[in-house]
Design a protein around this ligand. Sequence first.
Ligand code: IPE
Ligand code: IPE
Ligand code: MG
Length: 262
Amino acid sequence: MFASSTRNIPAVRAVPRHLAIIMDGNGRWAKQRFLPRVAGHKQGVETVRRVVGACIERGIEYLTLFAFSSENWRRPSEEVSFLMNLFVTALEREVGRLHGNGVRLRVVGDLAAFEPRLIDLIRRGENLTADNRKLTLTVAANYGGRWDLIQAFNGLALAYPEKAGNYTENDLQPFLAMSYAPEPDLFIRTGGEQRISNFLLWQLAYCELFFTDRFWPDFDAALLEEAIASYRRRERRFGRTSEQLPAAPDAVLPAPTLSTDA
Ligand code: IPE
Ligand code: IPE
Ligand code: MG
């Protein structure tokens, strides 16, 4: 089980171990180019491929991408269907490549709302890549932070009814959708909005936040590097004072020299 940032102070590394991204701005990217919104979503898949490569190069162990929120069903039905079809196509095309690159794929969210064909592709992709450890790529689909907390509390209450009234953080953790991952160290939101939009509410408790105006289809390895550099300059105190912090030896490591794109 991974340590909770509110119960134990996690080790601070020069490169985030877990990066979580809200991939926002696809629609506006397309609009700027006088293209339909969905063209932005299509281009966004290309960005995902690039960013997965860049994360592997940088030694990031967990990458979590918000692909479809529990509130995105409110969009026009044509856009929702396009996104579902895009998810199917992306899985069909990309899972083999992910597997070849040592990526473990996980999908978190309320999958019951998806078509059986999509659920089947997800399960097959997860099973195929289950033993890969270079990078764990989590796609949050029909995910909502509140949905996650409610399903976790319900799971916990059903499993240990006798402990009701005395549940602890450690009791809840195994029931959260991403119990297999440490908490994110760095959060990036593209597209200019500075909000969480019901993403990982529990897990972002002590995460470092980075916001950029760049639209997701234009996100690249250079901007990822900028986010990591910003992360590296932060003082992660977890409630302590500056004076209490240990000298972090890996915080002075030189930034890795890497190509600007993957
Ligand atoms: C993010 O881009 C993708 C999804 C939410 C599926 P948007 O579609 O939200 O793009 P904007 O924010 O309207 O530009
Ligand atoms: C957040 O983006 C969800 C995803 C990127 C999947 P939205 O575009 O849906 O967020 P809001 O509605 O602007 O907060
Ligand atoms: Mg948006």
